[in-house]
Design a protein around this ligand. Structure first.
Ligand code: NAD
Length: 376
């Protein structure tokens, strides 16, 4: 009888990463597919999943899980050193940040690893339960509001007390995709007055259904979204007009949460220094586009700065600050995808299938993803 394929869960080594790519509740599922699971000791500790919780589900806990496995499930991209320890011909699934990580992608190809990047999952109905980016955006949107609420020198809700009436905070969300909509919902639940804008006209109804007001900027967006629902870049002239008209919404707000992204590009600058100057002292900006350079001109990714009396937070990796649910959600998307690749206990790739082909970055010694290859 052929030996079972081994799926390994290495410890994440990127500083600050607290998530893990597989949670204990999913171990029995993988075993039911005929797979063996080996977890590097401590891999789930920071997310609240100690070693014994994996062992209970039938996983093996090992000091080291690199050399023996056939499949590696990761959150962050492996380092070039870790890639040197992956078995040739093995399969890797994780967030590989393929456009920002040329050295890693080249090393994976050179090592003969079949690597899938969860960011590149196609937005098709069949792949909805494998949409790791949306899952993480949900967390980022929620956490951004909590960060803002905890740092704002005001209440979010309207409060009528014996000591007087406190007016509610005003929150302006720029970009109402997955993270933005979650931010809107969370801010509404905390009692703030919420306004939002997005270049995709289809979003207006979603914003209003959450009880927020859609900011009518009167701008004509040409060709606002691609066939996957992602925003398309607009012209410099458009962004200039958007800044001009949006200024009054930004300066009226106590909290601004920009989330506007255009895939594969630096985030557009939508909040200028002039607008920040116009905001009331003590106001807070939580720039969810910080990892892509930021939507605010004064954002410093990974830092908090006070400029013109306004606190500007540029968080990176917010999902990792809520590692238990982030790991649960991420692991479900990864396990669903692994389930799609496995037939009778083995990885069996159908390269004609867009769900398999879409996230595939390296295979048989080559970089096979066209857009990623073009970027190298
Ligand atoms: P994203 O993170 O790439 O961008 C965030 C938001 O910023 C988007 O709504 C975008 O329109 C907006 N934006 C871009 N430029 C802007 C600008 N100049 N001003 C204001 N807003 C701007 O997007 P996302 O949240 O991952 O997804 C966007 C949409 O895609 C979702 O709302 C959903 O409708 C769709 N989607 C589809 C699937 C699927 O079909 N399986 C899965 C997830 C999301």
């Amino acid at each position: 009888m052929e030996a079972c394929m081994i799926v390994a869960i290495p410890r994440e080594t990127v500083p600050g990463e607290q998530r893990v790519a597989l949670v204990p509740e999913l171990v029995p599922k993988l075993r039911s597919w005929g797979l063996d699971v080996v977890v590097e000791s401590g891999a789930g500790a920071a997310a609240g999943f100690p070693d014994p919780s994996y062992a209970e589900g039938g996983a093996r806990v090992a000091a080291e899980a690199f050399d023996e496995a056939d499949v590696f499930l990761k959150v962050q991209p492996p380092s070039v050193d870790e890639i040197g320890r992956l078995r040739e011909g093995s399969t890797l699934i994780g967030f590989l940040q393929p456009y920002a990580n040329a050295a890693v992608i080249k090393a994976l190809a050179a090592r003969g690893v079949t690597a899938f990047s969860m960011e590149l999952m196609p937005r098709i109905t069949r792949a909805q339960s494998m949409d790791a980016l949306s899952a993480m955006s949900t967390i980022a949107g929620y956490k951004a509001v909590l960060l803002a609420a905890s740092r704002l020198p005001k209440f979010f809700p309207l409060l009528m007390t014996a000591a007087g009436t406190m007016t509610p905070a005003r929150v302006f969300v720029i970009g109402a995709g997955v993270a933005g909509l979650q931010a809107i919902g969370t801010a509404k639940r905390l009692g703030a007055i919420v306004e939002a804008y997005d270049t995709r006209p289809a979003v207006k109804e979603q914003v209003e259904s959450l009880g927020a007001r859609f900011a009518e900027l009167g701008l004509q967006t040409k060709d606002a979204e691609d066939k996957s629902g992602y925003a398309k870049a607009q012209s410099e002239e458009f962004y200039g007009k958007q800044q001009e008209i949006m200024a009054k919404y930004v300066t009226a707000a106590d909290v601004v949460i920009p989330t506007a992204l255009v895939p594969g590009q630096r985030a557009p600058i939508l909040v200028t220094e002039e607008m920040v100057k116009g905001m009331r002292p003590g106001s807070v900006i939580v720039d969810l586009a910080a990892e892509q350079g930021g939507n605010c001109a004064l954002t410093e990714p990974g830092r908090e700065v006070v400029r013109h009396g306004v606190l500007i937070i540029g968080p990176v990796n917010l999902p990792s600050t809520m590692p238990l649910h982030a790991s649960q959600m991420y692991a479900r998307t990864v396990a669903q995808f692994l389930g799609h690749l496995v037939k009778e206990g083995r990885i069996d790739l159908d390269l004609e299938d867009e769900l398999t082909r879409g996230p595939l970055v390296t295979h048989r010694g080559e970089v096979v993803h066209e857009a990623v290859k073009a970027r190298l």
